[in-house]
Design a protein around this ligand. Sequence first.
Ligand code: UDX
Length: 472
Amino acid sequence: MPHRRHRILLIPYPVQGHINPTFQFAKRLIALGAHVTLSTTIYMHNRITNKPTLPNLSYLPFSDGYDDVGYKGNGNDVTYSLYAAEFNRRGSEFVTNLILWNSQQGTPFTCLVHSILLTWAAKVARELHLPTALLWIQPATVFDIIYHYFHGHSELIKNPECSIALPGLSLLLSQRDLPSFLLESDLSAYSNYNSLMLTFFEEQIKDLDVEKNPTTILVNSFEALEPEALRSVEKLNMISIGPLVPSAFLDVKEPTKYNSFGGQSQTHIFQPSNDCVEWLDSKKEMSVIYISFGSLIVLSKVQMEEIARALLDCGFSFLWVIKEKEELLSYREELEKKGKIVKWCSQVEVLSHSSLGCFLTHCGWNSSLESLVSGVPMVAFPRRMDQMTNAKLIEDVWKIGVRVDYKVDEYGIVRGDEIKKCLEVVMGSGEKGEELRRNAIEWKNLAREAVKEYGSSHKNLRGFLDDTIARS
Ligand code: UDX
């Protein structure tokens, strides 16, 4: 039975890493018969070039005060806290009015789902007696680490000498595997950003008080991928509903007529180059390295040159996303003879191309999942935030990649020789490369199983909708 009566208000934090999984989530909800209203800032709304048009999907953007130009701070200066406060104030007002207006029209929302860093949205909804759910767009393991950090384990995490064991997780972590904003050593480089993130996450975790605020945590992951982590915090209701990547890449037939939604595409806030697939078509199977550091990380000039050197030395063909803000002055001409450089691409199309042999990635959670569902092994090159933990999982738990090594006293620069060594392992025909490729195919199949009609994520999502309707 489709869940016709559901009207869900969906609010992603306005950055690409939240927008992409939120759109895929909207699609899954609509496929199950829900009506979705997707609200983000006006600036972000206008930047998404390929928003799908669908029955049962409405867009209602709101102003954060930067409609034309967008907030341009780097997140590491004082203007960010001012911006965050204003975003919170304007967003709360908008969401209050929207919820009330919908009720007055006789079409009340049944639930508000928001991504992380938007605790204000949940507060507003609860004041108006609307059930809420958190869309956790990072792995469950990262949630557990942050949760335990704020529940009696902060000292343990600050001790650089020990391996960190957290309740309910058999995985042993070291400091370099922890989300960067938890670590004091990282505070120097991104001090304002880290302390703000810490405050936001603390607020988010405290907001999940089970007695006062029974909230479902919808995790962009799947049962087989993180069986322990999804249960590590027993008193919370965490369910996996991922991987939230376009279904065309999962070989999944949507259970309703909405399967044309999204098609091969994903949402973009930068204009993707349109000749990547044609270029990849001319390459041999598994012969190309794809390099991207997601939408937020901006690499230094020195780091870019180290990557360039590694690519020139190892001799494989490559497709490299160099964003507008990144500089690469040296080596450009030589590089363009051996590979292709673009400012942005349709990443899921690239990753699912048969010519792909390896993904050199910053381990953003969307990129990690997209690589996993495409069966592409990785060189994990984490920079900040959850990327450190994601890299640990990729290398040591799922065994589908190798992680670059570097010394902190070199300001986090990873040298060309190290990058080359890792690329050669993943691309090579040695035992390790074979093992990574075998594992990558196994995870790809398990990911696809999870979202099939009787798969765990699909069942969990149906259960969530049934439960929400019962509570609303
Ligand atoms: C942010 C954080 O940095 C990350 O750590 C967190 O896990 C999610 O939020 P971001 O850095 O942008 O995200 O990385 P990621 O999560 O990988 O998301 C990037 C998205 O942009 C992916 O969906 C990817 O497919 C897409 N992309 C990237 C493109 O479509 N084209 C490109 O050229 C590069």
